[in-house]
Ligand binder design. Structure first.
Ligand SMILES: NC(=O)C1=CN([C@@H]2O[C@H](COP(=O)(O)OP(=O)(O)OC[C@H]3O[C@@H](n4cnc5c(N)ncnc54)[C@H](OP(=O)(O)O)[C@@H]3O)[C@@H](O)[C@H]2O)C=CC1
Ligand SMILES: O=C1O[C@H](COP(=O)(O)O)[C@@H](O)[C@H](O)[C@H]1O
Length: 515
């Protein structure tokens, strides 16, 4: 793994399959542009955009410009470098089923490599429907695109399969062509600043490192809530649901980052080894009863989000009106190893909830003998909270004496908002991950064993749900999900901590936030 973050990247030819799609527009072009603006991409790079619809190079460059204007964290309108940047982009119409077209692509690629002085390093980004991943991999090989000097890597978007069986088949197809070390499976949560910060907060602080275990932590809660509904993605989402869309990947990866042992070396494989061990230690639910007891599913009904009335999931245009797809999941997850024995990891994720937020709360156990002052009060537990997005930062909640009183205690939250810090314009997840893939650092991409353990966990749940005997709760859009999700914690004597510290009027906030 290379450690230098700022050294310009090696010359690379970047192939974007799905160049006219949503992901390319919203995430990939802005990411390439930010890398360029920050000097991380040397002048030696070129991008070939690929999709079926015809387009001239000029039209493609105009599309790229529009998407950067709309979605980039850097404005492009005043950038006098724009023509020079745009000249690196070419477009070719290609259907992924057309192997002859891939031979043409090879010729175009060789031409661009000569023009931009590139030495054969190629990154193939598959921003395509997963059914096309295997076909593209084979046609890249058969079209001669993987021969010659330089490294050849493939970046694969999620979802990686529909279940363990299909993921195995997909993996085999891709492994027929690429070695594991050249496969970069994206989980964009791993590219988020605060998810990468977990390791640092955990292992670089004497406050936390010794306490990070079952002796001191009562539970860990991970919430990833969205205000949006299914939008126009019903074709994909109605087949997938929150379990496959969010839990199998992002939520379990966050558990892995929170629960893993310190890696013995700071190298990709050691870090991924530790994450894989956590995912292998997830307790698999053995019966439908266990699933019913520990996993809650819900689907949003109509309601109001941010003051606007919204329809029920089944009334969304892109969704089957009789759909039983879950848009909300809450679960109690156990990591069966020595460090975490008996510590529940509660997760919940859903669409049409009151706020957009991802937060991880670590709730510490109470102190056995409080001071004579504290003994008179019910003590609030200490919390450490990672704010992942959209606001980035951490806060800790402690108990303190209210000034001027004789032993009245107040909870005090010391809040560091990283994204409020002037001048800290942190890279987007896709920007960081693209940078990593080009420099050959696979730390924050998911290895096959991680993916397969995660599917083994979610398959048990999906199997139980497929029998339709488990409740699918309807929750009001704009709420925090079905009541049963609260029961999941209440049963263990816990509660969900409010996201963004909402409703915590008794807490004294010490914060660098301005609002
Ligand atoms: N959008 C997002 O925010 C996220 C997307 N993803 C994943 O990224 C991938 C792409 O998603 P998204 O961009 O939203 O999808 P879109 O449907 O918006 O785009 C699909 C792209 O694939 C091209 N395409 C489709 N069929 C073919 C074909 N046979 N040959 C060549 N090109 C083809 C389309 O162009 P044309 O019609 O011109 O051929 C288009 O450029 C999916 O795997 C998705 O799950 C993952 C996380 C988030
Ligand atoms: O992968 C996905 O993630 C998004 C949420 O990502 P975030 O970075 O905005 O938190 C989710 O909306 C989408 O359904 C899912 O496919």
């Amino acid at each position: 793994m290379e450690q230098n973050q700022t050294k310009p990247l090696e010359g690379t030819l970047l192939f974007i399959f799905g160049a006219t799609g949503d992901l390319a527009k919203r995430k990939l072009y802005p990411a390439i542009y930010s890398l360029y603006r920050e000097g991380k991409l040397s002048d030696k790079f070129a991008v070939i955009g690929l999709a079926r619809r015809p387009k001239t190079n000029d039209q493609f460059r105009e599309d790229v410009k529009q998407s950067i204007a709309e979605f980039s964290r850097y404005p492009n309108d005043e950038d006098s470098d724009w023509p020079a940047f745009a000249a690196h982009f070419e477009y070719m119409s290609l259907n992924t089923n057309d192997v002859e077209g891939f031979r043409e692509l090879e010729k175009t690629a060789v031409g661009l490599e000569a023009e931009f002085g590139l030495s054969g390093n190629r990154l193939f980004y598959l921003a395509l429907a997963p059914e096309l991943f295997g076909q593209v991999a084979h046609h890249l090989r058969d079209g001669g695109l993987l021969a010659g000097n330089g490294w050849k890597r493939v970046v694969i978007e999620k979802p990686f399969g529909y279940d363990l069986k299909s993921a195995l088949a997909l993996n085999e197809e891709i492994r027929n062509v690429f070695e594991e070390k050249d496969i970069y499976r994206i989980d964009h949560y791993l590219g988020k600043e605060m998810i990468q910060n977990i390791e640092v907060i955990r292992f670089a602080n004497a406050f936390f490192e010794p306490l990070w275990n079952r002796h001191h932590i009562a539970n860990i809660q991970i919430t990833s809530s969205e205000t949006v509904g299914v939008e126009d993605r019903g074709g994909y989402y109605d087949n997938s649901g929150a379990l496959r869309d969010m839990v199998q990947n992002h939520m379990l990866q966050m558990i892995a980052m929170m629960a893993m042992e310190p890696p013995s070396r700071n190298v990709s494989e050691d870090i991924r080894d530790e994450k894989a061990k956590v995912l292998r230690s997830l307790r698999l639910y053995g019966s439908h009863e266990e699933v019913a007891q520990h996993v809650i599913r819900g689907q949003y009904g109509s309601g109001a989000v941010k003051g606007k009335n919204v329809p029920a999931y089944r009334d969304e245009e892109s969704v089957n009106p009789a759909s039983t797809t879950e848009t909300f999941v809450a679960a109690k997850v156990m990591v069966d190893n020595n460090r975490w024995a008996g510590v529940p990891f509660y997760i919940r994720t859903g669409k049409r909830m009151p706020v957009k937020s991802t937060e991880i709360v670590v709730e510490f156990k109470g102190v056995p003998s409080a001071t004579h002052k504290a003994q008179q009060h019910a003590l609030e537990p200490n919390l450490l909270v990672f704010r992942v997005n959209p606001m980035e930062g951490i806060y800790i909640k402690i108990n303190a004496k209210k000034p001027g009183t004789d032993g009245v205690l107040v909870p005090v939250a010391m809040d560091f908002c990283q994204s409020c810090q002037v001048g800290w314009n942190t890279p987007e997840a896709y920007e960081r991950l693209l940078h990593d893939a080009i420099r050959g650092d696979s730390t924050y991409f998911t290895r096959w064993d991680e993916v397969s353990h995660a599917w083994a966990f979610t398959d048990r749940i999906a199997e139980a749900w497929s029998h339709d005997e488990q409740p699918l709760h309807t929750y009001e859009a704009g709420s925090w999900g079905p009541d049963a999700a609260h029961g999941l914690l209440a049963r263990d004597g816990f509660k969900w901590w409010p996201v963004n510290g909402q409703d915590e009027s008794d807490v004294v906030w010490v914060t660098n936030r301005s609002e």
